[in-house]
Design a binder for this molecule. Structure first.
Ligand code: COA
Length: 330
C-alpha cells in the first residue's frame, strides 16, 4: 500500500519586506541579494502571529481540499524549528484548534528538510497499515530568529506554512520512494546557539548563525545526492521527472544542480523570489502554488528535494494519479 496526497494548502503572513526595505536597515542592496540568492522579497509575520497561526490556516485549507472531516485524521505531524513553545507542540495546538478529536500529534525537527522527513515518516505509517489519514504540515517563522544587523542571514529567510493530507492509495499513485540523510558532523555551520537546554537564557543569542559558504557547498552536494538516491530507489532517471520542487533557498544552488543533472528550467519549480527561504514550509508552499498554476498534470512524476540545518537532506518522489489531481484542483 502507498500513501497519496489528497489535499494541499498553504498560508502566508500579509507583510511583504522587499530587498530595498532591508537596504534601509542593513548594509546591502537589491542587486546583491538578487544576484547572489534570487530573492526579491519575503513575508514577515507580525508580533501576534506564531508558527501555529500559519500552520492552522494551511492545514484547514488542505483538509478542506481533501474532503475528509477533521475527526477522520489519525495523526498530525508538524515539521518546524520555530514552534510556539518548547511544549506543547505545534501539532498538539493544531489538534486542539482543528478539533481533530482522536489524532495523535507530534512535531518533527529537521529544519529546512523537515517536510521531506515528515512526509517520509507519515508515508511509512500508511504503507505498513498502522494508520490511514495523516496531516503533514511544514511551518516556520524564522524571521523571529534573525539578527537584522547580520546581512549574511537576514536577507535569506521568510515566514510561511504549507500542509498536505495523506491517505492510502488504491492504485499506483502516491509516494513511490523516499530518501533521508543527516551529517551531524557539519551541524555547526547552521545553528541557533541560544534558547535550548545548553543555554536556556540564550546568553549566546537567540539568532540564526550561519557559515554561508560551507552551507552552500553542502546544499549543492546534498541536493544532487538526494535527487540521484531517491531516483535510484524508484528505479527512475532524471528524464522521468516531470517537475522538480527543490527546497527554495537560493536560485544559484537550484540552477547549479538542475544544470548538472540536465533538468531544463521548465521542469524545475522556483518561487523563492517571492518568499525567500521559508524553511520547512518551502516545499509544501511550492507544491500548492505549482498545482494552482497548472504546473502538475495527470500522471506526473514530482520530485521533492531539500536540505537544511543538522545538516540534513531528504527527498520524496510522488506519482499523481488523475483522481488525486481532480480532487486537488477542484
Ligand atoms: N549584501 C551585500 N554584501 C554582502 C551581503 C549582503 N547581504 N552579505 C555578504 N556580503 C558581502 C560579504 O561581506 C563579502 O564582502 P567582502 O568580499 O568585502 O568580504 C562579499 O559580500 C561576499 O560574501 P560571501 O559570504 O562570500 O558571499 P556568498 O557569495 O557566499 O553569498 C550567501 C552569501 C549567504 C548568499 C551564500 O553563501 C549562500 O546562499 N549560502 C547558503 C545559505 C543557505 O541556503 N542557507 C539555508 C540553508 S537551508
Amino acid at each position: 500500500m502507498r500513501a497519496k496526497i489528497i489535499g494541499v494548502g498553504s498560508a502566508l503572513p500579509e507583510k511583504i519586506v522587499t530587498n530595498d526595505d532591508l537596504a534601509r536597515i542593513v548594509e546591502t542592496n537589491d542587486e546583491w541579494i538578487r544576484t547572489r540568492t534570487g530573492i526579491e522579497q519575503r513575508r514577515v509575520s507580525d508580533d501576534k502571529t506564531a508558527t501555529s497561526d500559519l500552520a492552522i490556516k494551511a492545514a484547514a485549507k488542505a483538509l478542506k481540499k481533501s474532503g475528509l472531516a477533521a475527526n477522520q485524521l489519525d495523526l498530525i505531524i508538524v515539521a518546524t524549528t520555530s514552534p510556539d513553545f518548547l511544549f506543547p507542540s505545534v501539532a498538539c495546538i493544531l489538534q486542539k484548534e482543528l478539533q481533530v478529536a482522536r489524532a495523535a500529534a507530534f512535531d518533527l525537527s529537521a529544519a529546512c528538510s523537515g517536510f521531506n522527513y515528515a512526509l517520509t515518516v507519515a508515508a511509512n505509517f500508511i504503507e505498513n497499515g498502522t494508520l490511514k489519514n495523516i496531516l503533514v504540515v511544514g511551518a516556520d517563522t524564522l524571521t523571529k530568529y534573525l539578527n537584522w544587523q547580520d546581512r549574511g542571514t537576514c536577507i535569506l529567510f521568510g515566514d510561511a506554512a504549507g500542509a498536505v493530507v495523506l491517505a492510502p492509495s488504491k492504485d499506483d499513485s502516491g509516494i513511490i520512494a523516499s530518501w533521508l540523510k543527516a551529517e551531524g558532523s557539519l551541524g555547526e555551520y547552521l545553528t541557533m546557539p541560544g534558547g535550548g537546554s545548553r543555554d536556556p537564557e540564550a546568553k549566546n543569542g537567540r539568532f540564526i548563525t550561519m557559515d554561508g559558504k560551507n552551507v552552500f557547498k553542502f546544499a549543492v552536494r546534498a541536493l544532487e545526492e538526494s535527487i540521484k538516491q531517491v531516483l535510484a530507489k524508484a528505479n527512475l532517471t532524471t528524464t522521468d521527472i516531470d517537475l522538480l520542487i527543490p527546497h527554495q533557498a537560493n536560485t544559484r544552488i537550484i540552477d547549479h544542480v538542475s544544470k548538472k543533472l540536465g533538468l531544463p528550467k521548465e521542469k524545475v519549480y522556483v518561487n523563492l523570489q517571492k518568499y525567500g527561504n521559508t524553511s520547512a514550509a518551502s516545499i509544501p508552499l511550492a507544491l500548492d502554488e505549482a498545482l494552482a498554476e497548472g504546473r502538475i498534470h495527470k500522471g506526473d512524476i514530482i520530485l521533492l528535494s531539500g536540505f537544511g540545518a543538522g545538516l540534513t537532506a531528504g527527498a520524496n518522489i510522488i506519482r499523481y494519479s488523475s483522481s488525486d489531481y481532480d480532487k486537488i484542483t477542484s
